[in-house]
Design a protein around this ligand. Sequence first.
Ligand SMILES: [Zn+2]
Length: 309
Amino acid sequence: MTTNVYYHPACLDHDTGPTHPESADRLSALIDRLKEDEFGALNWELAPRAHIAQLLAVHDRRYLDGIKAKIPALGRADFEPSGTVISALSEEAIYRASGAVVAAIDSVIAGKADNAFCAVRPPGHHAKKGNTSGFCFVNNVAVGVRHLQNSRKMERIGVIDFDVHHGNGTQELLEKDPNVFFGSIHQGLIFPNTGKMGQSASGNVVNIPVARRYSGKDFTESLKSRILNLLREFKPEFILLSAGFDAHRADPVGDLALDNEDFAQITRDIISVAKQCCGGRIVSVLEGGYRPSAVAAAGASHVRELMNA
Ligand SMILES: [Zn+2]
């Protein structure tokens, strides 16, 4: 198996300040871990910039222009009230993060990799068509979905979000598209307070909120039996993952209890569906996870399974 990792140093230059949870340290800790000998078989690729047309398939031009307009010449500025901070070098990070997903998809479709992981920030799953919250700007996974459909003629796309927060932006962007399946398991009653239990009328959106302190075993079992079974029935041609690691027991933001092995189990269960439905085609994209050591350890468990798929 070949697993590609897409990364760009510009993703570290998005400066949120010394006390912000969405720090460059969380990504650099993961990168350092994945550079260790154990991961020597990973194929590293430099993430290209996304083209504006790829972002316009998801977001309003006015919104994208507004991101550019709010970038300060020096230092940092508040982008929106829930704590999303933008800095002088954020634009390059934003375009590299979404460009990583596009390039990762192309590498898997071309057969240059069996699957791929995008080690990028800022995250994306709270970003909507014309606004955002929760440390996100461009919805990297939604950009990937539209690229698959518009440029790679894939029709049925599965998106699984196991970040501790509901992927409200991704759902809002994709829920009206019957050719996209969106399944999210997340902690209930926390930001962004969406993703109530249930399945949409058309069946292509499934949300499983879980209670705080929910065990890792119950989390992985719920994902498998209540979301991945439906994903399998949907028969996706390609699977994208919003891979947040803030459901880890050491995470300071989430309040769940997953350990590194739980993230490995989640990954194996998704790989199993991908092998049955779409030749194992998976592109996984980093979302949240706010204790750098836990992001590194849980991310390593996730990528190890992709390598061994
Ligand atoms: Zn999160």
